[in-house]
Design a protein around this ligand. Structure first.
Ligand code: SF4
Length: 127
């Protein structure tokens, strides 16, 4: 049986700052629950980079034209799955994150090898 029961040493109410930090942490944990595990996200990224490298070596497109990236981004923005208001640590900009792959979509939409996990984008073919 576990006998140690910590008791508060000081009787007091939580400060506004503490309550704010608790809410912020809970929001962060809620968002994390919606994303795949970090190991899966790293694997997804590595696979996309590997596919891009193969495409580059074979002389294929690595980056889609701007209008294709914008078309994809419009589909993501209309997607109810997209998690908004994330800050991409690489770009420092606000971005939307897909809960299925964990990717920052404002970046991913530019990769020719990238695919929507729910197949909402058309496959990119060079015209
Ligand atoms: S990649 Fe697909 S599933 Fe993910 S946010 Fe974009 S449209 Fe939605």
């Amino acid at each position: 049986m576990f006998k140690f029961r910590p008791k508060p040493t000081v009787e007091r109410d939580a400060t506004e700052e503490e309550i704010k930090n608790i809410k912020k942490t809970e929001e962060m944990l809620d968002k994390e629950k919606k994303l795949p595990p970090a190991s899966q996200m790293i694997r997804n990224l590595a696979v996309d980079h590997w596919k891009s490298l193969k495409a580059f070596v074979k002389g294929k497109e690595v980056i889609v034209p701007q209008e294709e990236a914008e078309r994809r981004w419009e589909i993501c923005k209309a997607c109810p799955e997209l998690l908004y208001d994330e800050t991409n640590p690489d770009t420092g900009k606000k971005d939307g994150r897909c809960p299925h792959c964990g990717c920052f979509m404002n970046v991913k939409v530019h990769y020719a090898v990238a695919e929507c996990p729910l197949e909402k984008w058309e496959k990119f073919e060079k015209k």
